[in-house]
Design a protein. Structure first.
Length: 224
């Protein structure tokens, strides 16, 4: 409170002074303290951080639980998938063993019974085909087992050079120098020296001979 001395005109004649009391102006309340603003901002940032953390955890969990050997839209397995044979079989128990193809053989190779097979997409002579197979770490395929014959007859639906050729002495021999049995000739071996497999023929008569200078597809084989 403060005291203000005022002289009123109507009291001038009497020479009196009147004391007038007035309330001291009250101070208006200040704005919200700054620390409350900072607290609100900190709370908002904390919520945003928690949301981002939850998203990261969810994505990490999804990546860890995703199948390592996924099926493609056409129903075939991805030949580039990094997985083990046991994992593939556990994921797809109804599939045939040979359909479960993993990356252990390398890009473009198909695994079957401990060996890896490569079906070319280019045509070459028999000698050039063998050279390409050797550059890939293998050789032309030795198709001397019934299981391998059946497998390749399903996978190779075209004409493919295999690792069988007549030697200079006139004897048929595989590229790994193993002996040739009765064979699966479509007819009696012709005069030509190199052998290709006709994937459209029955397994028991799928071998045919041709000049080694002819060009066709080829099948490479290597150990896993």
């Amino acid at each position: 409170m403060y005291i203000k001395f005022c002289n009123f005109l109507n009291n001038y004649a009497e020479g009196k002074k009147v004391v007038e009391f007035k309330d001291q102006p009250t101070t208006e309340p200040k704005d919200i303290p700054k620390f409350r603003v900072f607290r609100a901002l900190a709370a908002i940032l904390s919520i945003v951080c928690l949301i981002l953390l939850a998203v990261i955890v969810a994505l990490a969990t999804k990546l860890q639980t995703q199948s390592v050997c996924p099926a493609q839209e056409d129903g075939e397995l991805d030949v580039l998938s990094v997985c083990s044979r046991d994992q593939c079989l556990s994921l797809y128990p109804q599939r045939q063993v040979q359909a479960c193809t993993c990356h252990r053989c390398g890009k473009g190779w198909i695994e079957f019974e401990g060996s890896c097979f490569f079906l070319s997409r280019e045509r070459n002579t028999w000698s050039d085909s063998r050279t390409d197979c050797q550059n890939r770490g293998g050789d032309l395929a030795v198709v001397d087992q019934d299981s391998v014959k059946n497998f390749l007859s399903q996978a190779a639906k075209d004409l493919y050079w295999i690792g069988l050729r007549r030697s200079v002495s006139g004897v048929w021999a595989w590229v790994d120098h193993s002996a040739v049995g009765e064979g699966d000739w479509s007819d009696q071996p012709g005069q030509e020296d190199c052998v290709y497999m006709d994937g459209d023929e029955a397994v028991s008569r799928s071998w045919r001979t041709a000049k080694c200078s002819a060009v066709t597809y080829y099948i490479c084989q290597k150990s896993r």
